[in-house]
Every structure is written in C-alpha cells, then in structure tokens.
Design a protein around this ligand. Structure first.
Ligand code: UDP
Length: 384
C-alpha cells in the first residue's frame, strides 16, 4: 500500500516525531507532504523518508482562530489542495497527521477518491482550540475520514464529546524503540560534565517553551526546593511564543535562580539528557493529549512526575511507575521533588519498574503493526 502522509509543520513537535516512526517502514511507498519548510524536512531526510514541501506560504489559521480569518485562509489553500489532489492519485491512502492537514486531506480525499485516515494528536476541546476550529475538525473528520487514530483515551473522548463519531475511532499510543533510550554511564558523565551538572540533583523539563507546557510551574517549584536542586529546560519556542520565553527568563531572575536553571534550547540528544537527570517533570497546565516525554523518561530509567490530566493519567500510575501531581500547583510539585530527593531507593525501584513496563507497552514494532492492520482494513474496504 502506498501512503501520502500530510503534516502542516516545518518543525518537529511530538506529532511529527511520531509520524517519522509510522512512515519509516513504508520506505519509498510513502511520501510525507509538508505545508512548511524547516528542520522537520531535514529530519525526515535523515531517516530516508521521502518528503516534499508542498507550500511555503504560511497558513495563518491558529489554534484559536475566528470564523472570518479561517475562511480567508481556506481560499489560500486552493493551490495547495490542487497539488495534493494530483499527488494523491499516485497513492492508495491519505494520512492526515495534523489539523490543517486534515482540512486539505479531507477535501483531497473527496476529490481524488482516496480514503482518509486522521491521526488525532490533540485534545479537541475549548481549552486548546476555538469553537470554529473544533467544528471544522469534527465535521471534516465525520464526513471524510474512514478512520481516526486517537493517541490516547483522553483524545478519543474529547473527539467524541465534541461531536465526533466514536465508531470511526481507534486508540493507539505512540510507539518507541527502547534501544534508542539505552544510554551508557560514560555518556551520562560526559553530558553532566559538559553542562556542569555533576554532583547536582538535576530536574529536567523536556518540551517546547509554551505557556500551556507550564515551564513556569517548575521554576516556581524550584524556588521551594533545596539549593542543590537544579533544573534544565530542554526545548525551544516552536510556534512563536517568544513573549513566554522572556517571561520565563524574568521569572528566573526575580526568584534569584540564575545559577539553578539552564535553558538548553531544542536538542536532538533527548535520551542522553534524560538519562543525565535525576528526575523529569511534566507540568502541562491543560490536559496533555499523550505526552511522549513521559514515556521517554520511563524508557531512560529516570523517574517522572507528571501533571494529573489527559493522557498523562493513562501513562502514569501514582507511586507505581511515576508520580502524578495536581496541574498548576508548584507547592505540591516541590513537595514531590523533595520526597524524591530523599527517597533514592524507592525512586530507583519505581524507575526500573516504569522502564520495563514502558518498553513492553509502547514497543514501536507492535504499534506499527496495529496501525498497518487498521490501514489495510481501510484500504480493503475502499477496494470493494
Ligand atoms: N523534544 C525534542 N527536543 C527538544 C524538546 C522536545 O526532540 O528539545 C521531543 C521530545 O523528546 C518529545 C517531543 O519533542 O518526543 C514532544 O512530544 P510531546 O508529546 O511531549 O509534546 P508535543 O510537542 O506533542 O505537545
């Protein structure tokens, strides 16, 4: 089967990293069509996945867009749509990996008479999207998609609650290759020395810098922790959240934490950095659709504290394979960090347990097989 994957992003967020794992086994039978140029294209090329940038014109619809600007930008999509319809003739299935990809993919699937699969990496709720964006996504998915792959129960439930047809949905978690998360002691020591972290209790935060990812919650919690606790913030503002970045730097200065917080920007050596941390925190203020970083922390054998909402609740069982804290509560987060600092043995037991569970439950080979079976079913149905 030949698949045309569509993704709107030029930069690699969680949905894009997940797409690499899904598209890779298809080799030359796949093409990833992007709606923006950038580092994601390079990453796909490094993985030998065929890729084409289909437009370089920015699609202005934002997550909170209102009706008129949304309609105006639809008109701008026409040349892109024509290109996708032409391309789709050469493929058996269109796989939309993001919301703008769904809009173009849905219309193209209708015009090119190709089945559409929508991989839902978002929680379609008013906390994340405007009413108009929600309605467009749900209507197009209901009308045109043969299958909606939700990345967690939380995403699936939000989809159905917003009016999506539940019979279209299948829940499939992101897959990971646990081998990629095995890091040697020598690598850990090297990175700790490079970043001047040796001897410190390092708390990591791995996410693009964005208000809802809640880096400010970790900084506020850090001020309530003993001085040997240091934080590394890994990730960049991928979607223009520069004001938030400034606010974070100011917060660090205001709390006198300049020597205890390091901003590392976007990094590609996530396993090494995670393994170099004593603890990893996930502090999203709105429900996380899945939370790749949570599973990645587990695979690295580093204990994870996650905000208790959305997909994180499906991944973490408090006190068993990690810890859950109330979202937006720096005091509670600081308490759990302090407990972890003192209870080293319990932490090691929990982290080891999480590592072996995660490598079984999120095995990319099994997850790719599940997706391949679902796609085959969609393809077979269309063939009749
Ligand atoms: N990530 C990365 N480099 C960074 C920060 C994050 O490669 O500097 C990766 C991280 O390891 C994870 C993904 O970006 O795989 C983020 O996925 P997640 O589901 O946590 O959040 P999303 O970006 O999808 O909201």
């Amino acid at each position: 089967m030949k698949i045309l994957f569509l993704d709107q992003s030029g930069k690699p967020g969680g949905a894009e990293l997940c797409l690499i794992d899904i598209a890779k086994p298809y080799g030359d039978r796949a093409l990833v069509g992007l709606f923006a140029d950038g580092t994601f294209k390079t990453l796909l090329q490094q993985h030998s996945i065929p890729v084409e940038v289909l437009t370089t014109q920015a699609i202005q619809v934002r997550k909170q867009s209102k009706l008129l600007p949304a309609l105006a930008s639809l008109i701008l999509l026409i040349p892109l749509l024509i290109k996708v319809v032409k391309l789709a003739q050469k493929y058996d299935l269109i796989y939309a990996n993001t919301q703008k990809a769904l809009v173009v993919g849905a219309l193209a699937s209708f015009l090119a008479r190709r089945p559409l699969v929508y991989h839902l990496h978002d929680i379609l709720s008013p906390a994340h999207f405007s009413q108009i964006n929600l309605r467009v996504a749900i209507t197009l998915a209901n009308l045109f998609a043969s299958l909606v792959i939700a990345n967690s129960q939380a995403s699936q439930q939000a989809f159905v609650q917003a009016g999506g047809k539940s019979e279209l949905t299948a829940i499939i978690y992101n897959g990971f290759d646990s081998k990629n998360y095995q890091v040697s002691d020598a690598e850990v020591q090297k990175i700790q020395a490079e970043l001047e972290l040796t001897g410190k209790f390092v708390v990591g935060h791995f996410s693009r810098l964005s208000p809802w990812k809640g880096q400010h919650i970790l900084i506020a919690a850090l001020a309530k922790c003993p001085p040997q606790v240091t934080a590394i913030l890994v990730g960049d503002a991928l979607f223009g959240e520069q004001d938030y970045v400034k606010e974070l730097h100011q917060q660090v200065i205001d709390l006198g934490l300049e020597h205890r917080v390091k901003f590392l920007g976007f990094r590609s050596d996530i396993p090494q950095l995670m393994a170099a941390c004593n603890l990893i925190t996930h502090t999203s203020t709105a429900p996380e659709p899945f939370g790749r970083v949570i599973v990645e922390a587990m695979l690295c054998g580093t204990p994870i504290i996650a905000a208790k909402a959305g997909g994180a609740r499906e991944l973490v069982e408090h006190g068993v394979n990690g810890f859950l804290v109330t979202p937006e509560n720096p005091r509670e987060l600081a308490q759990v960090i302090n407990t972890c600092l003192q209870e080293k043995e319990i932490m090691t037991t929990i982290a080891n347990h999480a590592q072996s569970l995660a490598s079984k439950n999120f095995d990319v080979a099994i997850i790719n097989q599940q997706i391949a079976q679902l796609l085959q079913k969609v393809h077979n149905k269309m063939a009749y």
